[in-house]
Design a binder for this molecule. Structure first.
Ligand SMILES: NC(=O)c1ccc[n+]([C@@H]2O[C@H](COP(=O)([O-])OP(=O)(O)OC[C@H]3O[C@@H](n4cnc5c(N)ncnc54)[C@H](OP(=O)(O)O)[C@@H]3O)[C@@H](O)[C@H]2O)c1
Length: 255
């Protein structure tokens, strides 16, 4: 039987923030598609638990305790990946930070801090990954952005700027790395029921607002972002680059 163009068999993937929420759902789906998944985040207990969970479901996974804003630790992590696997085929820049407030309460230092996690660190990881991908002859970078990169609301003044920057960086890196056979795309999730959103998930008025505001009329579940990531990471997406794919229940398409 011919190999599915969605198969990730034999690929090595690194998912930042892969220990919970959207990152864990993406890590699980990449692993189900056949990739060996390196699950990276700061909390050691959680990364070990996530890697063990993927293994229990028949996948191949390993934990990596990493703060993506620590440059020296990132350098060491990529040296480790190279030494252990000799390749990296897929990078999912999923770890993200958000402080929700307005201009009266968020200053330039807050913007710098959020940019470090949402833009500077993903760029540093992409530079490392691109080196291994060029050498390995296969490269898929998937940046987890947000619909907030394209639309904004009051009381959330900085996060959209960091994600809009990530969208622009995705296009710029796609242009830069295309000749090397490395594709760079982003996913813009809408409203997903993950831990940081739990207070909103518990608020019936938010559910009612989403019922009216999105085409599908509901919250997204973390697993629902994962198919897009597998597609963008797979051979099936070989001619897709520089794209920001909304996975938002029709939020951006509907008003
Ligand atoms: N949930 C949504 O509705 C939604 C919508 C649009 C976009 N997004 C984006 O999707 C991504 C994941 O969101 P989520 O809701 O799944 O978030 P989450 O549940 O808070 O998970 C974030 C993950 O990132 C890790 N992380 C944070 N800072 C890190 C750092 N400096 N170094 C390494 N790992 C770090 C966290 O683990 P540690 O704390 O252990 O490091 C955690 O595993 C984010 O980029 C977010 O902006 C989410």
């Amino acid at each position: 039987m011919a190999t599915s163009p969605f198969s990730l068999q034999g690929r090595v993937a690194l998912v930042t923030g892969g220990a919970q929420g959207l990152g864990l759902a993406i890590a699980a789906a990449l692993s189900q598609a056949g990739a060996h998944v390196i699950v990276a985040a700061r909390n050691a207990e959680r990364v070990h638990a996530a890697a063990a969970q993927l293994a229990r479901h028949g996948g191949s996974a390993e934990p990596l305790v990493l703060d993506i804003t620590d440059e020296a630790a990132v350098d060491a992590a990529f040296a480790h990946v190279d030494a252990m696997h000799g390749r990296l085929d897929i990078l999912v820049n999923n770890a993200g930070a958000r402080k929700r407030s307005n201009m009266a309460h968020l200053d330039a230092a807050d913007l710098r801090e959020m940019l470090e996690t949402n833009l500077v660190a993903p760029y540093a990881l992409c530079r490392h990954a691109a080196q291994l991908m060029r050498r390995g002859g296969y490269g898929r970078i998937v940046n987890i952005s947000s619909i907030a990169g394209q639309v904004a609301r009051a009381n959330d003044v900085l996060y959209p700027a960091t994600k809009g920057g990530l969208d622009a960086l995705t296009r710029a890196m796609a242009a830069d790395l295309g000749r090397d056979g490395v594709t760079v795309n982003a996913i813009a999730p809408g409203y997903f029921a993950t831990e940081p959103n739990q207070p909103m998930v518990d608020d019936a008025s938010v559910a009612e607002w989403l019922r009216q505001r999105t085409a599908l009329g509901r919250w997204g579940q973390p697993e629902e972002v994962a198919g897009a990531a597998v597609f963008l990471a797979s051979p099936a997406a070989s001619y897709v680059t520089g794209h920001v794919l909304a996975v938002d229940g029709g939020y951006l398409a509907h008003f």
